[in-house]
Design a protein around this ligand. Structure first.
Ligand code: GCV
Length: 678
């Protein structure tokens, strides 16, 4: 009897389980031909795993005319790109490579899903970057550094024999937005990653990813020869060390013939590196580049280096790398974080972009929201990514944007690449917050075409993920597009930075100054509030970080009158009574900014509540609940920062804005139990 009841329950619940709107489908919600009519008739010659996937996607989801898939040698110049055009009888997708055809198929499926006009297609696409790569900061024990979507997707203990279906789903999601490369493991890398048993696991994943056009890379620990190989040291100029890496490379390529290469964090935040042996970053990178070269592999060498010295942290990477320009092998690319400090809500672009004239450079963005409210806050990151990419470095004259410096259009760059630190984990909805999926999507779309507008990307994502109904699309898009600025306003307006709670970086701690702690990890190092004013003087009278920018930017940033106001406190120590462009004092301006951040999040709550009729209950509630947290956090940020800075400004919080609801002393007592490696 009991069994019968259980069966009955399962039977009744089955449709719910099957159609659970749990966010697991991401933006890949193409109408299933089982529900509609698949009109896909595919004309294609040849057989290959990638082509099979392209055809399967079409037969399962395409509902339009006949599609012809055609590889053409003459289109090799498009790299992973493709052409799509309509004839009276059919749509032709042609490409130099099969991966191009797969990307072309996802393109027309996207057009179908967003209800775009597909009657007269004439499209040519060529990706902005050759290597469009996700950097996972996943550890071998299943934890994810700065991960907020559960544990790692990679089940190292189960591999290579047991395979999660999510590996292929992940590869498909990446392919659908043009991502073609993946680093599996944390840049704080365990030497064990290079153990033979782990390489065999990596091989299995590489085999799953290959048909989706994805190459795999690994983060490597510089001390691997010593720790793993038992050598005396890991000195890059030691012949035995060189041989160790050479043999390791051969072992890897035997298993994974299209292995992409290494990502290296060296001599940074306690990681080993060539400087441990008195060698330079170029010595270290070149040694690895030499062993990878015969196999076509590359080294992505990170420029994120700084130490607790007297020198302004914002200047250190530039000082370290500039003398090495021209000394790197041509299969080395220097991977540079978008800003000079560390993925803050707003930073100026990193002055290294453009400064290394004889070295390939790539940008690294953080998709995971370490400094942006984890997976609790809705922050659409396309505007942040684009702000950096569109920044003019003036390195080769006006128009030398970060995008053009890195995409090879301005310089004859050997390798072009762009990296995003992944926000993906084993959570059912992949990213911990459905709106965070949009950041994975945006990174992929911009890596493919950095000229796409944030508006276009948001529009596509909303339509694919939710609905095409304008009543939904427009307000949700407005909310997404303003969300990054809103977050800057309630966290760190006007160029403030790094005033986060220690270590886990969730929530405000502008008073943070642990006695004996590393000064460059303390908020007071960054905001320098005192009775005179607020902000870090990086002009000639201060650290002179402005001098690292090309003219005229050094002068623009260096002058308080011409410095963009959204970076004012990054570059200047500004008196509390300083008159801003709108006539308010700095103190008033900052107060209104915090208030406006809070108000905007409240407005998002209202917007979202009105969206209830257009979205399934499950996703509606998930997002509603996240917005509640964001709203509370915004007030927490505002109260903490204003009440604390008020102890220096000694001015009243402008009476027009809402009064604090917390006591500063209570806020100072908050200690969240968030593990760094969660
Ligand atoms: C992977 C910041 C983060 C660290 C991270 C580091 C990096 O400092 O807080 O968790 O380590 O950047 O990018 O190497």
């Amino acid at each position: 009897m009991r069994n019968l009841r259980t069966y009955l329950l399962i039977f009744l619940l089955f449709p719910l389980i099957l159609f659970a709107e749990d966010g697991s489908k991401l933006w890949l919600r193409f109408p299933d031909s089982q529900n509609g009519i698949s009109a896909a008739k595919i004309i294609s010659k040849g057989k290959n795993l990638t082509l099979d996937i392209a055809k399967k996607e079409l037969t399962t989801y395409w509902q339009g005319q006949i599609v012809e898939l055609r590889t053409e040698k003459s289109l090799h110049y498009l790299k992973d790109g493709y052409r799509i055009y309509s004839t009276p009888e059919k749509i032709v997708i042609s490409a130099g490579k099969q991966t191009g055809l797969l990307y072309g198929v996802y393109h027309i499926l996207r057009l179908q899903q967003t209800k775009s006009d597909i009657s007269h297609l004439n499209i040519t696409e060529k990706p902005s970057y050759d290597v469009r790569i996700l950097n996972h900061w996943d550890n071998l024990d299943g934890s994810v550094e700065r991960g907020y979507a559960g544990k790692s997707l990679w089940k190292w203990d189960d591999l290579p024999n047991k395979l999660s279906p999510r590996y292929e789903e992940y590869a498909r999601a990446n392919a659908s937005i043009g991502i073609n490369s993946v680093v599996f493991n944390n840049v704080n890398a365990s030497p064990n990653m290079l153990r033979t048993d782990y390489l065999q696991k990596v091989k299995v994943l590489a085999d799953i990813f290959r048909p989706y056009g994805i190459r795999v890379y690994l983060s490597v620990n510089f001390s691997s020869p010593k720790v793993l190989g038992g050598l005396e040291n890991s000195d890059p100029l030691n012949k035995e060390v060189h041989k160790w890496w050479k043999d390791k490379a051969a072992e890897i390529y035997k298993l994974i013939p299209d292995f992409g290469g290494f990502l290296v964090k060296a001599n940074s935040e306690g990681q080993p590196g060539p400087q441990d042996y008195g060698r330079t970053h170029a010595d270290g990178a070149n040694m690895m580049a030499d062993v990878l070269k015969p196999f076509g592999g590359i080294v992505m060498w990170r420029a994120f280096v700084y130490s607790p010295s007297k020198e302004d942290r914002a200047k250190q990477a530039y000082l370290e790398f500039l003398p090495l320009d021209g000394k790197f092998r041509d299969n080395v690319i220097v991977q540079i974080k978008n800003g000079p400090i560390d993925f803050q809500p707003r930073e100026p672009f990193n002055p290294l972009f453009g400064a290394l004239k004889k070295t390939s450079e790539m940008a690294e963005f953080q998709i995971t929201q370490e400094y942006l409210g984890f997976s609790n806050h809705l922050v659409f990151l396309a505007p942040l990514f684009k702000e950096t990419l569109e920044s003019d470095t003036y390195a080769d004259g006006k128009g030398s944007t970060v995008a053009k410096i890195t995409d090879g259009s301005l310089r004859n760059t050997k390798i072009t690449a762009i990296a995003g630190v992944a926000n993906i984990g084993e959570d059912t909805n992949w990213t911990g917050n459905i709106f965070a999926q949009a950041n994975w999507y945006a990174f992929g779309r911009l890596a493919w075409n950095h000229e796409l507008s944030s508006e276009k990307i948001a529009d596509e994502w909303i339509k694919m993920t939710f609905t095409n109904q304008q009543e939904f699309v427009n307000p949700v898009k407005d909310m997404m597009l303003s969300s990054r600025e809103t977050t800057v306003d309630y966290m760190m307006p006007l160029g403030l930075h790094h005033i986060f709670a220690f270590d886990h970086h969730y929530g405000p701690e502008p008073w943070g100054d642990i006695p004996g702690g590393r000064p460059d990890w303390m908020p007071v190092y960054y905001h320098k509030a005192d009775e005179n004013g607020l902000g870090f003087d990086r002009t000639e009278t201060g650290s002179n970080a402005v001098s690292q920018y090309f003219p005229p930017l050094n002068a623009i940033f260096g002058n308080i009158e011409t410095c963009p106001e959204n970076l004012l406190l990054w570059f200047h120590h500004v008196p509390w009574t300083y008159k801003m462009k709108d006539g308010k004092t700095l103190w008033e301006e900052i107060s209104f900014k915090y208030d406006s951040g809070v108000k905007n999040v409240r407005a998002y709550q209202k917007t979202w509540d009105k969206m209830e009729p257009y979205v399934d209950a499950e996703r509606f509630r998930q997002i509603q609940s996240k917005l509640k947290v964001q709203s509370k956090d915004a007030v927490w940020w505002k109260d903490a920062c204003l009440l604390y800075f008020q102890t220096f400004s000694k001015m009243p919080i402008p009476y027009e804005i809402e009064r604090p609801v917390h006591e500063l002393d209570d806020l100072k007592k908050i200690k969240l139990d968030l593990k760094h490696h969660n």
